[in-house]
Ligand binder design. Sequence first.
Ligand code: ATP
Length: 202
Amino acid sequence: MAKVIAITGGIGSGKSTLTDFCEQLGYPVIDSDQLARQAVAPNSTGLLQIIEHFGEELRLSNGELDRAKLRQQIFNNPQAKNWLEELLHPIIRELTLEQIGHFRKQQCHCIFVAIPLLIEGIDKTGSKPDFIDEIWVVDCPESLQLERASQRDQYSKAEIKKILDQQVDRQHRIAFADQVLDNSADPALLKQQLITLLAEYC
Ligand code: ATP
């Protein structure tokens, strides 16, 4: 049975860099951010329920969700935020299970699922999603997270720091890790750690 390995880490820690390496090495990667977008795609049940709850003004003229307006609706409104999370989590979970099932049929040994806010979710619900066998954390010092994310996104370091401060801290995240991949040096060294782990696991 294929192992399902969740990849997580803070902003700019190197999750996409790692999952790109996984794909290059031939392993399937499920991207939970992409599934979250799929959950509210035009005409999806997710979007229809959001429109019913918050109003037609959240639908753009091209049929897509107006994400900026949705953010405004849930900003400083924990009740609305909870409602949205309770709607979307089961949908994203079903989409994830569907993809896991699809890759299992292809006899893959390891299936990676990138879940940026996995630990924040575990803190909230009190348990790790039952489809996850292992948690691998990509880690580097905060200073590098700020440096790399601000270069990539053209946001200021102060803006990235605000996001980083809303996430769990490094030590807390690492406490949940079955494996920690250090991304404080060259990406080639990150890839080498992955290859070593894959030889052991997959
Ligand atoms: P986010 O949570 O913001 O989506 P992420 O964890 O997926 O970020 P990446 O996008 O993989 O992080 O990396 C952030 C930036 O840092 C990218 O521009 C990437 O190319 C670069 N980067 C990743 N690892 C390294 C490294 N070891 N050395 C230098 N640059 C790196």
